[in-house]
Design a protein around this ligand. Structure first.
Ligand code: SF4
Length: 748
């Protein structure tokens, strides 16, 4: 009998856009993937990566059984043996060298899984180590630090109200490729077209005429690393021409005068030659931002992963505030996610208490941020002997061997570890160093809810998807793998079923905390009754049900009849639209003053470093990264559908530069930085600014000992051989853009 075709609805877990997908299956086979037209946010949109979920699920290289490495040989083993071996290795290191000898690296995909969001942090906490690193410090940490200092909480990051704005300025971001980042907004091409069709304007500031810039009404090329100067020029103009408009929020803003002073030396004329944008153009942008009824400034990877990521992010927030666009329709707004986030009952942070600098790294005394150490110092902590040296590493869904700055050094350091355990779907450039690998389930075998990304969505959305396929009978779910490892490493006397015991402990602790929190919608409820109501579920679905029910739209366990529950979401597989963003000041402000702190001292002080850097002069060539719609950092290059076609890992450079160097298209050129050198094929391209070169991020798959055959055939070169682990932003974030380099043509 022919098997029936089944259509399941699934939020795509691959990037921040959270597109709704229709997954068409027959038996265990995916036969088609389409955009879900009824998804309230993506409305049928999907990109090539979303379509590639089928290939990812079927990829023969994807790890499906736990593996143990003996020398250079990998052996598939049972789950029991893998857990035993992992625990033995990690325990032995911990007993010999102490808790901090266990390091942890958390990769970017962990932000897209329920297990990563709800359980992995529990495991990390239980290890009691300070040596925790993650992809966040190569990504968005400046956003969190600026948000905490200005608005009181690390997730208080305003997002452009893109569907209602009249004027959008994008700086250092390419949302037509990323589909929004720290701004959950699928189908950016259409959203921008809609903006222009309603008479609005898109202005892009970027050293490259990216595909986003190609759709813009105005594009200004900017010298990498000078975004803060350009923005200071705008702030200067706003004050000088009396274009400030903060009457609506005046009562809620501190520090306007300090900002004026901070920008007083940075006239458009002063910054123009450094950022290479005409002074009149800077003034025009300032005037347009101030005069547009609704305007928003948005910056992302290019503004975060550079030497002045926090200052730049701060200035974006400052401009949105000074032009009256903070917390208003069509400006930048705070999302109100269904699973909580900052709510009216959240406590203000105490004076001086921020998630930064609470401890420092051992080797270079680098400040902690968000409870982690910057990835820039991970190699130091592995290489340098002494108390607290990282001797064993646990990685979760990450590939820092390719994605971290000065990656050759880190690759070598990873090889020096005494022991390593990875939870991953591939044997890649990082996990090849592991002693034990636990395979994570395929995305189609997991339930999904975008806990992290709905916090930055351009509409309030709640969407839960069940798994499309059940797990193989002998395979634990991702959260069970994490709890199993946690149990194996615990010195507590756990019950017969330790995974269940840990899971129950976790939900019990969450419920008890919430019922005793003043202002909670379930304040003074009996914890035991809440736990009873949740008892039909376990794992992430139980935690998620709880978070939704106590969230701002939840049923509050009876106190808000008709409110949201996970059961309701299960009955609405396309997702639930909770409406457009609404103004949230003052409830969202959690600074000690309860106001927007427009001039946080820590950030304003960093302007001095910016001044000094400007005085240091320019390098002839600066390297920047680039992204592609068919790429997702380093981890999707093993899918033929995404890597086929014209070679993408080429070195972009401008015609004038190519002529000076005597280079023709396709010829190889040597690129040298402080940390290393590589050779790449030149792609001469007038979409890039003269003096700037670009290589894509996440390539370099030629290392031995991996099992990613397709990726190895399209290896490319690793730009992070050239990025420098000694360069950091104030927040500790890595610098992946604006790297001074020297180019040397390779003579035949
Ligand atoms: S844009 Fe992102 S979420 Fe949407 S289909 Fe592509 S990868 Fe998936």
């Amino acid at each position: 009998m022919e098997k029936e075709k089944v259509v399941s609805y699934k939020t795509c877990p691959l990037c921040e856009a959270t597109c709704g997908l229709e997954i068409h299956t027959v038996g265990k086979n995916v036969v088609d993937i389409r955009g879900d037209k009824l998804d309230p946010l993506s409305k049928g949109y999907l990109c090539p990566k979303g379509y590639s979920l089928k290939e990812l699920h079927d990829d023969p290289d994807r790890i499906r059984k736990p593996m143990i490495r003996e020398g250079t040989v990998w052996r598939e083993v049972s789950w029991t043996e893998a857990f035993r071996e992992a625990a033995k290795g990690l325990r032995s290191v911990r007993e010999k060298y102490g808790s901090s000898s266990l390091g942890v690296y958390i990769g970017n995909p962990s932000a897209h899984t329920l297990a990563g969001q709800l359980y992995f942090s529990q495991l990390v906490r239980s290890l009691g180590t300070k040596n925790v690193f993650s992809a966040s410090t190569m990504d968005q940490v400046p956003k969190h630090l600026a948000a905490e200092l200005m608005f009181g909480d690390v997730i208080n990051i305003p997002v452009p109200d893109i569907d209602r704005t009249d004027y959008l300025m994008i700086i250092g971001a390419n949302p037509l490729v990323s589909n929004g980042s720290m701004m959950t907004a699928p189908n950016m091409r259409k959203r921008i077209k809609d903006l222009q069709n309603r008479g609005g304007k898109l202005v892009v500031i970027d050293p490259v005429k990216t595909i986003t810039a190609q759709q813009a009404d105005v594009h200004h090329m900017i010298r990498p690393g000078t975004d803060a100067l350009f923005l200071l020029g705008i702030v200067h103009t706003l004050f000088k021409e009396e274009l400030i408009s903060i009457e609506r929020l005046a009562h809620y803003v501190n520090g306007v005068e300090e900002v004026r002073k901070a920008a007083s030396d940075f006239s458009p004329e002063e910054v123009s030659s450094l950022c290479e944008i005409e002074a009149d153009d800077i003034r025009k942008v300032a005037r347009d931002l101030a005069s547009s009824p609704k305007a928003a400034v948005y910056g992302r990877m290019g503004t975060c992963t550079q030497s002045f990521g926090t200052v730049t992010t701060w200035l974006i927030n400052v401009i949105n505030t000074l032009t009256g666009n903070l917390d208003r329709e069509g400006g930048v707004m705070f999302t109100n996610p269904a699973t909580g986030g900052v709510t009216a009952s959240s406590k203000r942070r105490k004076e001086g208490s921020i998630h930064f600098g609470r401890f420092h790294s051992r080797t270079r005394s680098v400040p902690e941020v968000l409870g982690e150490l910057p990835v820039n110092t991970m190699a130091d902590e592995i290489e340098n002997p002494g108390d607290g040296q990282v001797k064993a590493l646990l990685t979760f869904a990450g590939n820092p061997a390719l994605s971290a700055p000065n990656s050759k050094r880190l690759q070598k350091a990873l090889g020096q570890l005494d022991f390593m355990v990875s939870i991953d779907i591939y044997l890649n450039e990082t996990t090849r160093n592991a002693n034990v690998i636990f395979p994570a389930p395929s995305p189609l075998e997991k339930a999904h809810y975008d806990l992290a990304l709905y916090k930055f969505s351009v509409r309030n959305i709640s969407n839960y998807s069940k798994s499309v396929f059940s797990l193989p009978s002998d395979m634990p779910d991702e959260w069970e793998i994490i709890l199993h490892l946690m149990a194996e490493l615990s010195d507590e006397d756990l019950e017969k079923d330790p995974v269940e015991a840990l899971d129950t402990n976790l939900i019990t602790a969450m419920v008890k905390k919430e019922v005793s929190r003043t202002g909670s919608p379930i304040f003074e409820y009996e914890a035991v009754k809440i736990l009873e109501e949740l008892s039909g579920r376990k794992g992430p679905s139980r935690l998620l049900d709880f978070l939704i029910r106590v969230g701002p739209y939840g049923d509050h366990f009876g106190r808000n009849p008709g409110g949201l529950t996970l059961a309701y979401l299960e009955e609405h597989p396309h997702g639930v639209d909770l409406g457009p963003l609404k103004p949230r000041i003052p409830e969202v402000l959690l600074t000690p003053s309860g106001k927007v702190e427009l001039a946080p001292e820590l950030i304003v002080r960093d302007i001095e470093r910016l001044r000094q850097k400007c005085a240091d002069g320019k390098s002839k060539f600066m390297l920047i990264g680039r992204r592609d719609l068919r790429s997702n950092n380093s981890w999707m290059h093993n899918l033929e559908g995404l890597v086929k076609g014209k070679e993408r890992c080429t070195l972009w450079l401008h015609t004038k530069d190519a002529q000076q160097l005597g280079l023709s298209n396709g010829e190889r050129v040597k690129v040298i930085s402080r940390t290393g050198e590589l050779q790449a094929a030149a792609e001469i391209n007038d979409n890039i600014m003269p003096g700037v070169i670009s290589l894509p991020h996440g390539w370099g798959h030629q290392l031995s000992g991996t099992r990613i055959e397709t990726a190895s055939k399209h290896a490319g070169v690793n730009m992070n051989i050239l990025t420098d682990d000694l360069e950091t932003d104030l927040s500790g974030n890595a610098v992946l853009n604006g790297i001074p380099v020297v180019l040397e043509p390779i003579l035949n």
